[in-house]
Design a protein around this ligand. Structure first.
Ligand code: AMP
Length: 285
């Protein structure tokens, strides 16, 4: 496994792999790898002949009061996990390597970027799309792998790929969870033992919404209100940024559930102490 820190070198390596006919996959990450990241790597390994993983804590997707400065990192741990999974290249650029000193160009997928997480994190998806497009241009993968854990992110990236006629496939991968349902996340490291117990309530409440729909409730506004109210009462949950029931493809808000076969995205973001956690499930009627 080779660690590549320079954009030019990474670009040359991937061009040469493509010329040789290899199907190149990319798993973009911010590092501090866990089983969620590794599940993406495993799927990518099964579908691609060569695999690059990027590790880059992207400054442009963090707001001024967010956790950019304290985002967890453990390159040694990441290196040994990646090598074990058969990653071929780790692309590990610095901020300066990616953005230079006079960076000015940004990509934004309008509308989709200002709902849900975009409401409380203005500019977040603009930063995500910009860095992801840069990674696509540098590495030129045939397939790129993203987790459904960040559901809105996958929808937005797919839209960017469609709108900008990028020629690669976006593969979305199921959320990997702890035994009690908590979605794995690098940010779980911030949780105290007590907060960690409450964190599992997020997934439980998504399933409560599913249960209500299963029992025949069709008024989704009512479900949103009840679940939001219940989440607010959970110990250590300081704030519910949103609990939304939406169309999983368009991300449009749904007011009423339809008939059997319909799929509904239940997605939420909550603050547990000083940590913002997100999660989602797809409810099938
Ligand atoms: P991050 O390092 O948090 O930016 O995540 C890198 C990629 O891993 C993103 O596509 C995430 O959606 C994905 N990912 C993070 N956590 C999980 C998880 N628990 N299960 C599946 N994929 C995940």
């Amino acid at each position: 496994m080779k660690v590549v820190k320079k954009v030019n070198e990474m670009s040359k390596i991937s061009s040469s792999l493509i010329t040789k006919g290899f199907v190149l996959g990319l798993v973009p990450t911010m590092g501090y790898l866990h089983e969620g990241h590794l599940s993406l790597v495993r799927l990518a390994k099964s579908q691609c002949q060569k695999l690059a993983m990027s590790i880059f804590v992207n400054p442009t997707q963090f707001g001024p009061r967010e956790d950019f400065e304290k985002y967890p990192s453990d390159f040694e741990g990441d290196y040994s996990k990646a090598i074990k999974e058969g990653v071929d290249y780790i692309f590990l650029p610095t901020d300066k390597e990616m953005y230079g000193t006079d960076y000015r160009t940004f990509v934004e997928v309008s509308k989709l970027s200002s709902i849900m997480c975009g409401r409380s994190r203005p500019g977040h998806f603009k930063g995500v799309c910009t860095v992801v497009l840069k990674l696509f241009n540098i590495i030129k993968p045939r397939r790129a792998y993203f987790g459904q854990k960040d559901y809105q992110q996958v929808v937005i990236i797919k839209k960017m790929v469609e709108d900008l006629n990028l020629s690669l496939d976006i593969v979305s991968c199921p959320t990997v969870r702890e035994k009690d349902g908590l979605a794995l996340s690098s940010r779980n490291k911030y949780l105290s033992t007590e907060e960690r117990k409450s964190a599992a309530e997020l997934y439980r409440h998504l399933n409560l919404a599913s249960g209500m729909i299963g029992k025949g409730e069709r008024d989704l506004g009512k479900i949103e209100k009840i679940i939001t109210g219940n989440l607010k009462k959970v110990k250590h949950i300081k704030k519910v940024d949103y609990f939304d029931l939406r169309d999983p493809v368009s991300l449009k808000e749904l007011k009423h559930a339809g008939g059997s076969g319909q799929k509904i995205l239940a997605a939420a973001a909550v603050w547990i102490g000083g940590t913002r956690l997100i999660d989602n499930i797809i409810i099938k009627i």
